[in-house]
Design a protein around this ligand. Structure first.
Ligand code: AMP
Length: 403
């Protein structure tokens, strides 16, 4: 049995209204009184599909969510800043509709000419989007002749625009971004070149446990940093002070440690930490001498010995997958671990892949994008894909070939 997906190149697009589900859920910053896009990776990565549809003479109708407006209009989550950015990079007008469904966008969709681009206002201003309501999907279906799924970062959600709408559209395909994500992530999932080093950080073991478990039979070295590491250290009997560490997470960590031992997977944990007295305290910062953290302190970044240990572990790897920051990297005093690790990975000869918004943002901030083989636009979607879960937005487009 072979699973494939319909490709964009197989669709007839000329003069067709082409709904492209994109993931324009990008961070915004307030500049003066207006919001601007502060990290455009997801928009940039959607451009090949948008340009392709334009070149083929299609009418591009873009649908996306932004943030969590919880089913109602909220100016803070308007796609207006995204429309402005898109218009400047495409060098053409991008019409932003006031609402994503109804008479107005439907009328506009019929007035569009080949090559025009229209951006629908935030899909999540309607509760039907997240509820995957048939009525809402039907209203979206009225806007288009063709459906293209290019929102990789949202494919783990069965929402109206990722699941209901493609079910209602006969002419449909994955876009060029989704094709690229699968091109890099599928071989990583199935058969990473060994030695394979998995580097996980961030805050919650429970979010990453699936990926850790999935890769245990395929991984040679597992490096754990970030807040997650304290559950592992606690599980091994070290003192973690006030660091983030919940009993449930410690139990999960114990399970991973047992399985890693049984499989001879090398587990690399922090040997020292950058600590302060509390989350948000950037005044009383110090570095521990060893692994234990005193009762009054909280670990907020990995220390220099740990960075050196990670450097040594990276040396022999042929494949590296990195997800999650090594500390509270949003705060400059706790960002060193994350940026150093990004630099160290960039220097290796391994195939280097990254998933998750925080790690990707750190790489971009350090100007290291070009050293990486692939930076996924997904966070949760990438992790769910890699742990072998079905992504609803992908599943709905599957073509099963019996071999
Ligand atoms: P995640 O979404 O699970 O990848 O977690 C990312 C978040 O983990 C970031 O916002 C970091 O600030 C946070 N983080 C990383 N290390 C620590 C730490 N030692 N203590 C508290 N939060 C952390």
């Amino acid at each position: 049995m072979k699973v494939t997906y319909p490709k964009l190149a197989e669709l007839e697009l000329r003069n067709k209204r082409v709904f492209v589900r994109v993931d324009f859920n990008v961070p915004l910053k307030l500049v003066g009184e207006t919001y601007q896009v502060s990290d455009a990776r997801r928009i940039e990565e959607a451009l090949p599909t948008i340009r392709y549809v334009i070149e083929q003479g299609g009418k591009v109708i873009l649908g996306s969510h932004l943030g969590r407006p919880k089913g109602q209009f909220n100016l803070k989550y308007s796609l207006e800043p995204v429309g402005s950015y898109l218009s400047s990079v495409l060098g053409k007008d991008v019409l932003l509709t006031e609402d994503c469904v109804g008479d107005a966008p439907r009328g506009l969709s019929h007035q569009m000419r080949a090559g025009d681009v229209m951006l629908l206002e935030n899909l999540r201003f309607h509760p039907g989007e997240e509820e995957n309501s048939y009525e809402f999907a039907n209203k979206l279906a009225e806007l288009c002749d063709v459906y293209v799924s290019d929102a990789f970062g949202t494919m783990h959600r069965a929402h109206a625009s990722t699941d209901g709408l493609p079910r209602l559209t006969r002419n449909r395909a994955i876009g060029l971004l989704v094709e690229k994500e699968l091109k890099y992530l599928a071989p990583l999932k199935e058969n990473p070149k060994r030695p394979f080093l998995l580097l996980m950080g961030g805050s919650k073991v429970s979010d990453k446990i699936g990926v850790l478990e999935y890769f245990l039979p395929k991984v040679d070295t597992l490096v754990v940093g970030g807040a997650m590491a304290y559950s592992f250290l606690n599980a091994k009997g070290f003192k973690v002070g006030k660091s983030i560490c919940e009993d449930k997470q410690v139990q999960l960590a114990k399970k991973i440690i047992r399985r890693a031992d049984a499989r001879n997977v090398r587990l690399v944990l922090p040997e020292d930490h950058v600590v302060s007295l509390a989350f948000g305290d950037t005044q009383n910062v110090s570095v521990t001498q060893g692994i234990d953290i005193s009762d009054d302190k909280m670990g907020l970044d990995i220390g220099p010995k740990t960075i050196a240990k990670i450097e040594a572990a990276l040396e022999t790897a042929e494949t590296i997958f990195w997800n999650g920051p090594m500390g509270v990297f949003e705060e400059p005093v706790f960002a060193k671990g994350t940026f150093e690790v990004a630099k160290l990975i960039a220097k290796t000869k391994a195939v280097k892949l990254v998933g998750g918004g925080d790690s990707a943002a750190a790489i971009t901030k350090a100007g290291l994008d070009s050293f990486f083989d692939f930076i996924s636009t997904g966070g949760g979607a990438t992790l769910e894909y890699l742990e072998g879960k079905n992504l609803p937005g992908l599943k709905v487009l599957e073509i099963i070939e019996r071999t």
